[in-house]
Write a protein that binds this ligand. Structure first.
Ligand code: PMP
Length: 387
């Protein structure tokens, strides 16, 4: 049977291939975006696991929008305006998929940063969006390019990850946040604020979300994958009610609703008195690992490689002199370290800057040290021989 035209354009995920290779126990993986499984707050969930057996009502079908007590808690926690609502999704990846299917017709324009989150490129690719990109600076998207793109392409949406971007780790400055919000209002473009890493800040103070400055022009995706566990598959999407109603129609057709026992479990976890301490623990663990990775790279990287510090999240972006990053990633696998090459993060991957995305949350400090020495040994050999 012939597959749908929309799917024929989607290339198989290189990350998935790399992750399969990286499962080999001799390889240290800096490739995935995995939190450390040892940090999952299973102890904090133990009592609820037991309690659930006395709650037959959560094992029944429920409302598409989500488990009412969780929605009530989140509306209060996110201080939603009376015009705004929350809905629960099966991970923020489903939220992105629902947004794409609810709003994008083939060739409708959406603007993204380049590089950008691969999973967002996939869902917008599947609905055959016309994806246009703008470049990023250390402070976030280039706002003058953004305004030009708004004028030239008349997009429906601008998709961004302002807090500790995947793949670059960049955190948008306050000024950039305000300017982006202003442009979205001025040109009536909806800002899709994807914020799965927001709570993983380990340096400095949190900045207001972009949607704080353009609440009526924004849809916000908040994931619990990085602060609780990705396997729970729970995220919240918030926006004004009229924006979310079409998503609810599609979600009903997709999966009726997300798992109710898991929503009940998450609610108890969020309300657990020790949950804030759990977040502090992962922040300081990831901070320590980030410092190991960053400082070892600084010591050992060959000339021509560039590294920008980050204040949180899970990734560092290592810029390289022009080279074949796919071939490099393959050589690195053979030398026991997995990384992700930059072209996979660009919707139009031709002639993209050479870089590698490095994750620092899943390997421990001694593995990170060993990974850096393997990585730098290969970089020193290949980059010097290609110069
Ligand atoms: N958005 C971004 C930017 C991500 O990096 C990820 C996961 N890596 C997701 C969304 C999907 O997260 P979830 O587990 O909530 O589906």
């Amino acid at each position: 049977m012939e597959i749908a035209h929309s799917l024929q354009q989607i290339k198989s995920s290189y990350i998935r291939e790399i992750l399969i290779a990286a499962a080999d126990k001799n390889i240290i993986s800096l490739a995935g975006g995995l939190p450390d499984a040892k940090t999952f707050p299973l102890d904090l969930m133990k009592a609820t696991f037991k309690k659930l057996t006395d709650m037959p009502e959560v094992f029944q079908y429920d409302a598409t929008i989500g488990y009412a007590p969780l929605l009530k808690y989140l509306s209060h926690y996110y201080q939603l305006a009376p015009t705004h609502i929350a809905m629960i999704c099966t991970g923020s990846q489903q939220g992105l998929d629902l947004i794409a299917r609810a709003y994008i017709n083939p060739n409708d324009c959406i603007i993204m940063e380049a590089p950008s989150y691969l999973g967002a490129m996939q869902v917008f690719g599947l609905v055959q969006a016309n994806i246009q990109t703008i470049s990023t600076t250390h402070d976030g998207p280039n706002v003058s390019e953004l305004e030009d793109a708004f004028i030239k392409h008349n997009p429906k949406m601008f998709y961004g990850v302002p807090d500790f971007h995947n793949p670059t780790g960049i955190c948008w400055s306050l000024e950039t946040r305000q300017q982006v919000a202003k442009l979205c209002i001025q040109y009536d473009v909806t800002f899709i604020e994807d914020a799965p890493y927001r709570e993983l800040r380990f340096t400095g103070e949190p900045l207001p979300m972009v949607s704080h400055f353009c609440a009526d022009n924004a849809i916000v995706l908040r994931s619990f994958s990085k602060i609780a566990s990705p396997g729970l598959r729970i995220a919240a999407v918030t926006a004004k009610k009229s924006y979310l109603e079409p998503l609810l129609k599609i979600k009903q057709g997709a999966d009726l609703h997300s798992s109710v026992p898991i929503q009940a479990l998450l609610l108890d976890l969020l309300q657990h008195p020790d949950f804030p301490e759990h977040i502090k623990t992962i922040q300081s663990l990831y901070k320590k690992r980030y410092h190991v990775l960053f400082s070892e790279l600084k010591k050992q990287l060959p000339e021509g490689c560039e590294l920008k510090p980050v204040d949180g999240g899970m990734f560092i972006w290592l810029s390289l002199p022009p080279c074949d990053t796919f071939a490099l990633a393959k050589t690195l696998i053979k030398n026991g370290v997995a990384v992700v090459p930059s072209p996979v993060f660009y919707p139009h991957p031709e002639n993209t800057p050479s870089a590698l995305r490095l994750n620092f949350t899943n390997a421990n400090s001694s593995e990170l040290r060993e990974a850096v020495s393997r990585l730098c040994r290969v970089l020193n050999a290949t980059l010097i021989s290609t110069q």
